[in-house]
Ligand binder design. Structure first.
Ligand SMILES: Cc1cc2nc3c(=O)[nH]c(=O)nc-3n(C[C@H](O)[C@H](O)[C@H](O)COP(=O)(O)O)c2cc1C
Length: 319
C-alpha cells in the first residue's frame, strides 16, 4: 500500500521533505502544505517553498517527482488562479484541500468550511473536470467528513464520484473537532464502500502494526496518509516497507541527526540572526519529544541563542 506524507504547515517544509526523502525515505509521495490566496494573489511564501522543489539546482529531482502541491480555495476564481501558477511551475498533480479546520480558513469558506456548500463544491469540481480534459493537470481531494456533520460528505459524494479525481484522502473527523476527539470509523466505512475513487485513509496512524491492520481491514484502500506519526517517527514509512521495525535506537538517533544537519544548514543559509534561525529549526523537534531524552528536549525548547541550541544537540550526539 502507498504511504503518503501528510502536509503540515510549518513542519513539512520543502527542506524537511527533501531531508526526509534522503535520510529515511519509504514515502511514495509528499503532500506540500497548501498554497493560498493572500492579498489577492498566490502567497509568496508558499510559492517559495514549492520553488525549492522545482529548482533542480536546489533540490534533487527525486524529491520533486514525489511532491504533490496542494491548494485551498473558496471559489472557482481562487481555484483557477492557484492552479494556473502551479501548472506554470510544471506540476501536473494537484491536491485540493477541503479539510483544513483552522478558523481563519473556515471563516473564509475554505477547507472544511466549504464542505457544507454543495453548490460551491459542484462548481469547483466542474472546473476540475474542465482542466482535466484540457490541461495536463490531474486532481485529488483531501477532505473531512464535514464541518458540523458527516451528512456533508455524503451529500458531496455523488458529485465527487462523478468528477475525474485520481484519489480522495479522507480524515474521518469533523472540522469542529480540529485534530482531537474520536475518529468516526463508521462513517469512514460507509464512505469507503460508496466512494468510486481510490481512497486514502488519514488520521492518528503511529505504528507499522496500525498500517498493517488498516490494510487487512480495508483491502481496497489505495494508501495511508500519515502526518504527526511520521513527524514523531520519521522511520515509520521505511519500516512498513521493510516489513519490520528495523531501525534501532542508535541508528535512529544518527539518522535523525543527519536529517537535522540538512535542515539546520539550510536555516543558517536562509535566515539571519539567532531567533529567526531558531524559530525555523526548533519545529523539527516538536513532535519528536517521545524519541528524545526529556532533558535534551527541554534544552532545545528553551534555547534562545544558537550556542544554547548547539549545546543541546551536542548532548544528543554524546548519548
Ligand atoms: C499544524 C498542522 C498543520 C496542517 N497543515 C495542513 C495543510 O497545509 N494541508 C492539509 O491538507 N492538512 C494539514 N494538516 C492536517 C494534516 O495533513 C493531517 O490531516 C492531520 O494531521 C491528521 O493526520 P495525522 O493524524 O496522521 O497527523 C495540518 C495539521 C496540523 C496539526
Amino acid at each position: 500500500m502507498k504511504i503518503l506524507f501528510a502536509p503540515l504547515q510549518g513542519y513539512t517544509t520543502g527542506i524537511y521533505r527533501k531531508a526526509h526523502a534522503e535520510i529515511f525515505g519509504g514515502v511514495d509521495a509528499y503532500y506540500a502544505p497548501y498554497l493560498r490566496i493572500e492579498n489577492g494573489k498566490p502567497r509568496e511564501k508558499d510559492l517559495r517553498d514549492l520553488d525549492g522543489d522545482t529548482d533542480s539546482g536546489k533540490c534533487n529531482s527525486v524529491v520533486h517527482a514525489k511532491t504533490v502541491p496542494q491548494i485551498i480555495a473558496n471559489s472557482v476564481d481562487e481555484f483557477k488562479v492557484l492552479t494556473e501558477v502551479l501548472l506554470q511551475k510544471g506540476f501536473t498533480q494537484i491536491d485540493f484541500n477541503m479539510g483544513c479546520p483552522f478558523p481563519m480558513q473556515v471563516n473564509r469558506h475554505r477547507g472544511s468550511g466549504l464542505l457544507g456548500d454543495t453548490q460551491a463544491v459542484q462548481a469547483i469540481m466542474g472546473e476540475i473536470a474542465r482542466q482535466s480534459a484540457t490541461e495536463t493537470a490531474r486532481f485529488s481531494v483531501k477532505m473531512r467528513l464535514g464541518q458540523s456533520s458527516p451528512d456533508e460528505a455524503f451529500a458531496l459524494l455523488p458529485i465527487l464520484n462523478d468528477t475525474p479525481l485520481t484519489q480522495i484522502t479522507l480524515h474521518p473527523r469533523l472540522g469542529r473537532q480540529q485534530y482531537k476527539g474520536a475518529i468516526d470509523i463508521k462513517s469512514f466505512e460507509k464512505f469507503y464502500s460508496e466512494c468510486r475513487h481510490p481512497l486514502v485513509y488519514n488520521g492518528d496512524i503511529t505504528s507499522v502494526s496500525q498500517i498493517c491492520e488498516m490494510e487487512r481491514r480495508y483491502p481496497k484502500l489505495a494508501g495511508i496518509m500519515i502526518g504527526r506519526g511520521l513527524l514523531a517517527q520519521p522511520s515509520l514509512a521505511a519500516e512498513y516497507k521493510a516489513g519490520k521495525a528495523n531501525i534501532t535506537g542508535k541508528e535512529f538517533t544518527d539518522k535523525l541527526l543527519q536529517m537535522h544537519e540538512i535542515i539546520f544548514e539550510y536555516a543558517c543559509k536562509t535566515y539571519q540572526g539567532d531567533s529567526q534561525i531558531l524559530s525555523h529549526i526548533k519545529s523539527f523537534w516538536d513532535y519528536l519529544e517521545p524519541s528524545l531524552p526529556k532533558k535534551t528536549f527541554k534544552k532545545i525548547q528553551k534555547a534562545g541563542k544558537l550556542s544554547e541550541y548547539d549545546a543541546a544537540i551536542q548532548s544528543l550526539i554524546m548519548e
